[in-house]
Design a protein around this ligand. Structure first.
Ligand SMILES: [Zn+2]
Length: 116
């Protein structure tokens, strides 16, 4: 996927023209919640079959799980396609990876506003 296409997907997500679920379906992205070490919030795994698996730590609060899931979704889109395995092993609340965090926070905020 070229950069323009990636940017477009991220923009559509932020404008809520498409849902994260639609992006997941279109790009073979799977979401899993598993109990892992408390220092790790989430990670993305790119399988040999070309599927992205997002693993989110069940120990996080529902809100934090949603936020880190969106953060990992950003990685999956941004780093697509890539040969390899683990794209991001994210430690909870590290100050790095600002783009992915900013994206997740923006999207969480807008979905919360939609509920209220
Ligand atoms: Zn990250």
């Amino acid at each position: 996927m070229d950069k323009q296409h990636k940017d477009q997907i991220l923009k559509l997500l932020l404008s809520e023209s498409i849902t994260p679920e639609e992006v997941m379906l279109a790009y073979d992205i799977y979401h899993h919640e598993i109990p892992i070490h408390a220092s790790v919030a989430a990670f993305v795994y790119y399988s040999k079959k070309g599927r992205y698996h997002i693993f989110v730590n069940t120990f996080l609060s529902p809100e934090a799980r949603r936020e880190v899931f969106l953060h990992e979704l950003y990685h999956a889109v941004e780093d697509m396609p890539k040969v390899g395995y683990i794209l991001g092993l994210d430690l909870y609340r590290t100050p790095i990876e600002k783009n992915a965090d900013a994206f997740a926070i923006k999207l969480c905020r807008s979905s919360r506003e939609a509920i209220e």
